[in-house]
Each structure stands twice: as structure tokens, then as C-alpha cells.
Ligand binder design. Structure first.
Ligand code: BT5
Length: 259
């Protein structure tokens, strides 16, 4: 897998160093250890399966063989509060890679999901480790269900999760997907580092299934109903509710018509 990802990889930093494992607890955990030991910006950690894959807030992430479970170590010049922009950038890179490699375009749901037909196809888990209000390093984890059949998911996920194989009926070359993702990610990242995130946010808006919808947002213990209007320059979600506009940094969005 490692050699196949590397062949034809033209990135300058992303995936120049690759750690590939058959099985890990969580690629984010291993990436964190490697980053603490000084691993370079762009280092990729990838595993064929995870035994304790993690979602946000301690949730579990099911990671059977057939998916892509990866983490990138980043050492960006960003403020801690800007880490969520990397989540949006990762979602855009993953959506565009899927369009190119699998001829299938998912929707992006704020803040960290890729969806197909309303079911979850992929998720992003960005973890920032800070020094003095700035970012020491970031670990951005991405899990995408590629060649996974319905029965490979645990029973409780079968109605809410989907995969590229389920959606298209076709097997995808995972090494090709990863290589394309690294190139797409680096291009977006370099553009954002040079010119800011405005272009990334515009692309995110184009693919979003969240904006314009009536939503219920659950965040820090409160539940707010309203209309999702936009994202701001920091990637926060703007929701109009009872005549005022609320700003959410993190949270769970439920589309009202699906409740
Ligand atoms: C996420 O969390 O969506 C972030 C998932 C990030 C996973 C990657 S894999 C590589 C790296 N290493 C890790 O340990 N993690 C990252 P959240 O928004 O909290 O969604 C979690 C919820 O998604 C769970 O509570 C389930 O309902 C659902 N879920 C779990 N596994 C799934 C899967 N394989 N496909 C679709 N939905 C899933």
C-alpha cells in the first residue's frame, strides 16, 4: 500500500513520510505520538483497520477493513481557534477526491461529515495541540467508507452509514484514492496558507447540504432551532433564530425534515 501510494505522488510535503499499519487502535493516537517525537509536517499515518477508532466527543468510529482510515500531522501557522478551518478544508479535499476517483460527489454536512443520500459516508476528526494560543501541531483524521458492504458495518450503523461501494456498486482502488487525496489536500492547504481560506470556504459552500436548511443545532448542552444561513470566515456556522443570528463553533446539526 505504502509503495503504491508513493508511486506517482508529486506532493512536496503531504505523504512524503508514510507510516502504514495493518491494525492500529486509532491513527489519530499514533499520529499524536509521532508528532510528539518530532514527525514532520505532512506525515501520513494509515491503517487497514482500527480497533478503537474515535469520533468526536469520545464517540466510536467503526473501522473495518475496506475503508480508508488515515491521519495527517500538520504544523500550521494558525491560531488555535482556526483549527476548524482545517476540518472544512479536509472535507472539501475528500469530496473532490471522491468525485475524481469514484465519479461520485458526496454532500458536506457541517462541520465534519460527508453524506450520500443523507447517510454518513465519511467523518473528520481534527485535534489541535496548542502552545501559547497558537497551534503546536494538528492531527487531522479522516475516515471514509470505501469498499465496505452493508453487513460489514455493526448492526446499529446499517441504516445510517453508507460506503462508496454501496452507492456506486464499484470497488475503488484505495491507494489511488489516498494519493489523489494527498495531492488535493496539499493544493488547498498551500493556497490557503498563501491567500487565506476564502476560496476553500467558497468550495465548501458549493458542496454543502447544510446551508439554507431548517436545522436543530445541539452544541454545549443547548439545542437551538433555526435556519442555517452561512459559515463565517472562521468556519463557524451562522444560524438565524428568533430574529437574531447565533454563531456555532462546534456541534451536531440535525435537519428538521429528517427528524
Ligand atoms: C466523526 O465523528 O465523524 C469523525 C470520524 C473520524 C474517524 C477517523 S478514522 C481515522 C482517524 N482515527 C480515528 O481514531 N478517528 C479518525 P462524529 O461526528 O462524532 O461521528 C461519530 C458517529 O458516526 C458515531 O457515533 C456513529 O453514529 C457514526 N459512525 C461510526 N462509525 C461510522 C462509520 N464507519 N461510517 C459512518 N458512520 C459511522
Amino acid at each position: 500500500m505504502k509503495a503504491v501510494i508513493k508511486s506517482g505522488l508529486t506532493t512536496k510535503t503531504m505523504g512524503r513520510e508514510i507510516f502504514h499499519y495493518h491494525s492500529l487502535e486509532s491513527t489519530n493516537n499514533t499520529a499524536r505520538q509521532l508528532a510528539e517525537d518530532g514527525a514532520e509536517h505532512g506525515t501520513l499515518v494509515i491503517a487497514a483497520r482500527q480497533t478503537a477508532g474515535r469520533g468526536r466527543g469520545g464517540r466510536r468510529w467503526s473501522s473495518p477493513e475496506g475503508g480508508i482510515w488515515l491521519s495527517l500531522i500538520l504544523r500550521p501557522q494558525l491560531l488555535f481557534v482556526q483549527a476548524s478551518l482545517i476540518t472544512l478544508l479536509t472535507a472539501v479535499a475528500a469530496a473532490e477526491t471522491t468525485r475524481e476517483v469514484c465519479c461520485f460527489m458526496p454532500d458536506i454536512k457541517w462541520p465534519n461529515d460527508l453524506l450520500a443520500g443523507g447517510k454518513k459516508l465519511a467523518g473528520v476528526l481534527t485535534e489541535a495541540f496548542a502552545v501559547n494560543g497558537g497551534i503546536h501541531y494538528l492531527v487531522v483524521g479522516l475516515g471514509i467508507n470505501i469498499n465496505i458492504r452493508k453487513n460489514d458495518f455493526p448492526p446499529e450503523l446499517r441504516q445510517q452509514a453508507t460506503s462508496i461501494l454501496i452507492e456506486t456498486g464499484k470497488q475503488t482502488d484505495r491507494a489511488l484514492w489516498v494519493r489523489s487525496f494527498l495531492m488535493a489536500f496539499e493544493q488547498l492547504y498551500d493556497e490557503a496558507a498563501a491567500d487565506g481560506f476564502a476560496a476553500v470556504l467558497d468550495r465548501w459552500r458549493r458542496y454543502s447540504s447544510t446551508l439554507g436548511k431548517d436545522v436543530l443545532v445541539c452544541s454545549s448542552g443547548c439545542r437551538i432551532r433555526g435556519k442555517a444561513l452561512d459559515i463565517d470566515g472562521q468556519g463557524a456556522l451562522l444560524v438565524e433564530t428568533e430574529g437574531s443570528i447565533r454563531r456555532f463553533w462546534a456541534g451536531e446539526v440535525i435537519f428538521e425534515q429528517e427528524r
